[in-house]
Design a protein around this ligand. Structure first.
Ligand code: SAM
Ligand code: SF4
Length: 324
């Protein structure tokens, strides 16, 4: 489906839960999280139905997200259901990795073809400081387990907060020794993220060039979106950057999002989209749902204005409710 700015919308990020087993400082509060009532969260059948219609509209790739997607019961059953949709080419997952060791096998068997693990540091002290939990070891075991499946792509996503001891070069080293793509994701000024100043792409590039020498640009497509990748010599994986504010890529945006409560969200910044849960539960037919979804996609905003201090408008949803 082509939106009104000529962009081909072929990718959806589906949040399956707003629950999480970590409390990352830039994403969730320490306590007092107002979680959705279970009845308000889409069932797997509802997600499958929405997905089936979106695939008719041209969506080809799905990323499952959260909250933490692996805390939702029987996620592999959803993957199996989605796998049956003709025309859906790829199902991947983004996870904090804490439960990955246990679930990666069944998920691969069910049909996922890639995992992004969010990991901001390899130092257990700093990990505890960022996530407010002491579970780095579990995450590393999850990554090791995932590496046992040669057919799935593995990415590590780091938000470079630039706090002492985060040691981003150690994370980048993961890509030297393993077939892992390590990506640095710029902080978005959403919710708690607004409080932090991150390292910039240029600062990281400088640091990594000093350590590894020339960073050769990689031309092949390695993900669902417009990350730019580089490969220093002798690296098995690569280094990527997703800098949605400083290197804005809205003109190439190919995605929409579905929240766990069934809102089809068409831009990260704005509250534009459709409440599909309300329509579904009010008995809308597939044709009516398709019509609303295509209208929502046509109304997708041209771009975000996160960097424009004059435009402070935002969606009240937090990153853990949106899914990143
Ligand atoms: N819990 C899963 C995880 O951490 O991968 C999935 C949901 S999480 C919201 C998805 C991604 O959003 C994570 O990589 C996280 O680091 C990132 N994230 C959270 N808040 C952010 C912010 N304000 N700006 C940029 N990325 C953010
Ligand atoms: Fe949980 Fe992911 Fe948010 Fe961290 S970034 S609190 S792991 S949802």
């Amino acid at each position: 489906m082509i939106d009104s700015y000529g962009r081909n919308i072929d990718y959806i990020r589906i949040s399956v839960t707003d629950r999480c087993n970590l409390r990352c400082i830039y994403c969730m509060p320490e306590d007092g999280v107002a979680l959705a009532d279970h009845r308000d969260v889409l069932s797997y059948e509802e997600i499958e139905k929405i997905c089936r219609i979106l695939v008719r509209l041209g969506v080809k790739k799905v990323k499952l997200t959260g909250g933490e997607p692996l805390v939702r019961k029987d996620l592999k059953e959803l993957v199996k259901q989605l796998k049956r949709i003709e025309g859906l080419e790829e199902i991947t997952l983004t996870s904090n990795g804490v439960l990955l060791k246990e679930f990666i096998g069944p998920l691969v068997q069910a049909g996922i073809s890639g995992v992004n693990v969010s990991l901001d540091t390899l130092s257990s002290g700093v990990f505890r400081e960022i996530t407010r939990r002491d579970v780095l070891e579990q995450v590393m075991e999850g990554i090791e387990e995932a590496l046992k499946y040669p057919d799935i792509s593995l990415k590590v996503n780091c938000v470079p907060l630039g706090i002492p001891g985060q040691e981003i070069q150690k994370l980048a080293d993961l890509a030297r020794e393993n077939r892992i793509h390590v990506r640095f994701i710029e902080m978005m000024p959403i919710g708690y993220g607004k409080q932090y100043r991150c390292l910039t792409q240029d600062e990281i590039m400088k640091q990594l060039t000093e350590a590894y020498g020339i960073m050769y640009p990689v031309c092949e497509t390695l993900g669902n979106g417009p990350a730019c990748y580089y490969k220093p010599e002798k690296f098995r994986g690569s280094i990527g950057f997703i800098s949605a504010v400083s290197h804005k890529f809205c003109s190439e945006c190919n995605r929409v999002r579905l929240t766990s409560q069934g809102f089809l969200k068409t831009c990260l910044q704005y509250d534009t989209g459709r409440d599909l849960r309300r329509l579904l539960r009010a008995g809308a037919t597939d044709e009516e749902l398709q019509e609303e979804m295509s209208k929502a996609i046509l109304e997708k905003p041209r771009e975000h204005h996160f960097a424009d201090p004059k435009i402070q408008e935002e969606d009240g949803r937090m990153m853990w409710q949106i899914g990143g």
